[in-house]
Write a protein that binds this ligand. Structure first.
Ligand code: BG6
Length: 486
């Protein structure tokens, strides 16, 4: 379908780091309709040509394989246009309307990569110009609010201008191929479903670990913190995909209804359980890959004495028949020992062993990044001799290892590329519905409140470690350890 892709915040970090590279890849892979224009919108005065020249070196900062050749850039640049807009000014929207009216694209995507406090205003102004008709969809980038009330305010304002089906809330984790494979693992295979329940599963651990610090985003991050930045959205979305009941179809609402039920079943926190079941940390100076790095409080634009958390580990439960009593542990942090995002499903121990020696429970490790794959931990007999020379029946842990990058070596579609293509095609499965998003806020709010009232602040941890010791103690209480302690 022919399209016009309007990118508000067209000169911002997100646009040149993620969105334009993703659009370029989609163009290069031949996934974009030939008749598709991209309009970058921002405050500065510049021409189409100047914007194209501004963007060119930025796309060269990508990994070698993703950099455009001169020829490729020239062909991509033909799609690129630029419009100066003052987002508070109705005149600007009239100019946008005139630009769009130069032709009649079948789909118009308004991508709001701006600060979220501008979302209500932009939606309202678009509606005032009739730029909310059925051809138009609006994409909202995170963070969508900083608590339940602000998220509801944004959603209410968006709803005044657009129907729910026209409003696409991005969580880029849902676009990752590994997360797609989580759906395939559960609902494209019969193998695990009979085991996917409290009778067979002891606990589930979700880790989203980064080695990066807050970089130049100190002021934004300090207002946000790891709970809002990673747990409220990415980690909870992963949890819903692990815990949801099989949807009746792959329709957006069938899937999102099931995810919402999981969010509604999460055990709510109170002041006491925040203290016992949630650990927050903040990095101090340390070493990453052998190089010294500074602590959070020394990062640019971070206020002295800040209590913002850069690490969270928590224990929760999904209170329904399938999962009652099974702990779900979520952990995320900046400046941790390695970049590693994964979900570990720890199965229950065998009820009785006929073998000599210890037997480890089975484990399924769903690797999200940097590798994208699955590891199934099993027990096997090596077939060697024991110390006395008699054949040994002792079991040894082994694992089946599936690397999707090897299985599917051809160019795989990245997270943003996938989501942008879905947004253009109007496929809503991988976008977060407002009720899901609000429910996620409802669940994290008691943690925010308890922290707000707690003078102690986050626990320090050295950059390059796995976070505060209290995170290990949190799982050790249930006789569990985090993967790096196995
Ligand atoms: C973003 C957060 O949503 O996700 C960042 O705002 C974080 O702080 C990033 O670094 C992590 O994404 P990824 O895809 O690199 O795991």
């Amino acid at each position: 379908m022919s399209f016009d892709f309007v990118l508000f915040g067209g000169t911002g970090d997100l646009s040149w780091r993620k969105l334009m590279p993703a659009l370029f890849q989609a163009h290069r892979h031949g996934h974009l309709h030939a008749d598709g224009r991209i309009l970058a919108v921002a405050r500065d005065e510049q021409t189409d040509e100047q914007y194209r020249e501004w963007l060119r070196p930025k796309l060269q900062e990508a990994d070698t394989a993703k950099r455009p050749t001169d020829e490729e850039y020239a062909s991509f640049a033909q799609r690129l246009h630029y419009l100066r807009m003052d987002l508070a000014e109705p005149e600007s929207y009239k100019r946008l309307k005139a630009w769009l009216a130069e032709r009649s694209a079948e789909t118009v995507l308004m991508y709001l990569a701006t600060s979220p406090h501008l979302f209500p205003q932009v939606c309202q102004q678009l509606a005032a110009q009739g730029l909310n008709n059925e051809r138009v969809r609006v994409v909202l980038e995170k963070p969508l609010g900083h608590d339940l009330k602000s998220a509801q305010d944004i959603n209410r304002a968006v709803r005044l201008a657009f129907r729910e089906q026209q409003a696409l809330r991005i969580d880029h984790y849902l676009g990752k191929p590994s997360v797609q494979n989580l759906m395939a693992l559960r609902f494209g295979n019969v193998l695990f479903e009979p085991l996917w329940r409290r009778e067979s599963i002891a606990n589930i651990q979700i880790t989203l670990a980064e080695t990066l610090g807050v970089g130049t985003r100190g002021d934004f991050y300090d207002r946000t913190g790891a709970l809002r930045d990673m747990i409220q959205n990415h980690a909870l979305q992963l949890l819903t995909m692990i815990a949801m009941e099989p949807p009746s179809s792959n329709d957006a609402d069938a899937v999102r209804d099931e995810k919402l039920k999981v969010l509604r079943s999460l055990k709510p926190y109170n002041e006491e359980t925040v203290r016992s079941d949630v650990v927050r940390g903040q990095y101090r100076a340390g070493h990453i890959d052998g190089k010294p790095v500074q602590g959070y409080l020394d990062e640019a634009k971070v206020p002295a004495g800040s209590h913002t958390e850069t690490f969270v580990a928590l224990r929760t439960e999904v209170r329904n028949w399938r999962w009652a009593g099974v702990p779900f542990y979520l952990r995320t942090g900046k400046r941790l020992a390695s970049r590693e995002s994964q979900i570990v499903v720890n199965f229950r121990p065998m009820p009785h062993s006929i073998f000599s020696g210890p037997v480890q429970p089975n484990r399924l490790v769903i690797k999200l990044q940097p590798e994208d794959g699955l590891e199934l931990h099993l027990m096997a007999v090596k077939g060697g001799a024991s110390g006395s020379g008699a054949p040994s029946d002792a079991l040894t842990p082994v694992f089946l290892d599936l690397d999707f990058d090897k299985v599917f070596p051809a160019d795989r579609v990245g997270a943003y590329e996938r989501l942008l293509l879905d947004a253009l095609a109007g496929r809503l499965n991988l976008f977060v519905r407002s009720d899901e998003q609000e429910q996620a806020w409802r669940w994290v709010e008691p943690i925010l409140h308890a922290w707000h009232d707690d003078p102690h602040g986050p626990r320090p941890y050295a950059a390059g470690s796995w976070g505060p010791a209290a995170a290990s103690a949190l799982v050790a209480r249930d006789g569990v350890s985090w993967p790096q302690e196995w």
